[in-house]
Design a protein around this ligand. Structure first.
Ligand SMILES: N[C@@H](CCC(=O)N[C@@H](CS)C(=O)NCC(=O)O)C(=O)O
Length: 204
């Protein structure tokens, strides 16, 4: 398998999951700032021009929640999701879809506001609101989603590297993560994991 990623991108979550799963994979680093994602060679792999993309024996997968679910299913021995219980697996997926469709999109309004508006004042307004929009997402995660110590409780799952990735975004967006004790403890636990340290070193 081959994971296409970029430094400081959401591909961090899939990268950590592959590492935690003990997968045999190659990591290909792209540079978001110099146009790598728009080059024809990469668009032939992922026409969306985004990372992550995971090339598998069966084809290319995109979208973080889908890649994470694939990794959990492809490496059942790593126990990265409750594969034997449909309801529990759906809850894992629901958490990851919230991060993908709401939290990541809220973050993108600050750095990629040009997707939604052209006017400088509109862009500045969206950027200025980031600490509140991302803060509201993390308030909800803290109070009603993160069981602790890991997202789903005692078991480490594919939700954890994704939450860790979005918590980094929240801090970059001006959210004081210390306001959220469970999220702060989660970040600390993640930073203790060898797989996380190894992958973080490749994402700078
Ligand atoms: N929904 C996608 C979002 C992927 C995405 O937007 N990735 C960002 C990096 S975090 C990207 O490639 N941005 C490049 C761009 O917007 O040009 C996912 O969860 O995988």
């Amino acid at each position: 398998m081959k994971l296409y990623y970029a430094a400081n991108s959401c591909a961090l979550a899939c990268h950590i999951a592959l590492e935690e799963a003990g997968a045999d994979y190659e990591a290909a680093k792209l540079d978001m700032r110099n146009g790598d994602l728009q080059r024809p060679e990469y668009l032939a792999i992922n026409p969306k021009g985004r990372v992550p993309a995971l090339v598998t024996a069966e084809g290319v997968l995109t979208e973080t929640p889908a890649i994470l679910a694939f990794v959990a299913n492809a490496f059942p021995g790593s126990q990265l999701a409750p594969l034997d219980n449909d309801f529990s697996f759906a809850r894992v997926h629901a958490f990851n879809i919230y991060l993908c469709s709401t939290v990541h999109v809220a973050h993108a309004h600050g750095y990629r506001g040009y997707r939604w508006a052209d006017d400088d004042t509109s862009l500045a307004d969206m950027r200025q609101k980031l600490p509140r929009t991302m803060g509201a997402c993390f308030e909800l995660i803290e109070t009603s989603m993160l069981v602790g110590p890991f997202v789903m409780g005692e078991a480490y799952t594919i939700c954890d590297p994704y939450l860790f990735t979005m918590a980094r975004y929240a801090q970059w967006d001006g959210v004081e993560i210390e306001r959220f004790p469970k999220v702060s403890e989660h970040v600390r636990l993640m930073l203790d994991r060898p797989a996380v340290r190894k992958v973080l070193a490749m994402h700078t």
